[in-house]
Design a protein around this ligand. Structure first.
Ligand code: URA
Ligand code: SF4
Length: 243
């Protein structure tokens, strides 16, 4: 497994927007959030949806037109392809959690600006802390670079990279796969490797792995604090399904 050089920049200021919220509480906060300018142009914020104890979390870049209309992630053409690809694993949407780096649609589907990503990051970080996925499958280059700055998707797609005590598994974006049969084939092959990434992550957390996350429910800004003396993650969380 590859070790990334550094993690992403952390947002630990006093204006942390999420505190000790539940996953539903985060969603409610996101829906009325005005922390960045994307709130002025969105129709609906898209907090994310899926299992409350997912082994795998999929993270895209940001909502598109259809997602903004419906307030749900990956419901347009790229979403249909994602559903199909989940089916080959096989997984259903309800088995996983699906969200985005920014929760509101950038106008004209432009890339989110650094300050928008920064403003929204605590929501994603809190979702990760609460849901505690084994594997984060990033969809596309932008989501990947939040976790693995400087990584090249052509190098690391379909491979496990460690981030904290989680496995990051970079995937091409389904929208890119809609434009290229070859990429679609690659994306499908990579998806089939996700169960293996979950197993790798389990080994990471039950063996001589790194220090663990703070317990679920701890504010996101504390997740990097020292965890010495904590029981192993399995003992905290109880038995967890593989998928
Ligand atoms: N593309 C994304 O990155 N996210 C969505 O939710 C939909 C399309
Ligand atoms: Fe808030 Fe994120 Fe939406 Fe910006 S993109 S308004 S930070 S929820």
């Amino acid at each position: 497994m590859t070790e990334p050089p550094t993690g992403p920049e952390r947002v630990t200021s006093d204006d942390e927007p999420t505190g000790e919220l539940s996953i539903q509480g985060i969603a409610a906060t996101v829906r009325t959030c005005t922390l960045c300018a994307l709130s002025e142009t969105r129709t609906n914020a898209v907090p994310g949806e899926g299992s409350g104890s997912p082994s795998i979390m999929f993270i895209g870049e940001g909502p598109g037109f259809n997602e903004d209309q419906q307030g749900r992630p990956f419901v347009g053409r790229a979403g249909k392809l994602l559903d199909e690809l989940l089916g080959v694993v096989p997984l259903r949407r309800s088995d996983v959690y699906i969200t985005n780096v920014v929760k509101c649609r950038p106008p004209e589907n432009r890339d989110p600006l650094p300050e928008e990503v920064r403003a929204c990051w605590p929501y994603l970080e809190s979702q990760i802390s609460l849901l505690r996925p084994r594997v984060i499958a990033t969809l596309g280059r932008h989501a990947m670079n939040r976790f693995l700055p400087g990584a090249r998707i052509s190098d690391v797609h379909g491979r496990s990279v460690r981030w904290r005590d989680i496995v990051i598994f970079p995937l091409y974006h389904p929208a890119a796969a809609l434009r290229s049969t070859a990429l679609r084939q690659t994306l499908e092959e990579d998806m089939r490797r996700i169960p293996g990434a979950v197993l790798e992550s389990l080994a990471l957390n039950t063996g001589t792995g790194p220090e663990r996350h703070a317990p679920a429910g701890t504010p996101a800004k504390d997740t990097d604090s020292t965890t010495a003396g904590e029981p192993p993650r399995e003992e905290q969380a109880g038995q967890k399904r593989l998928f």
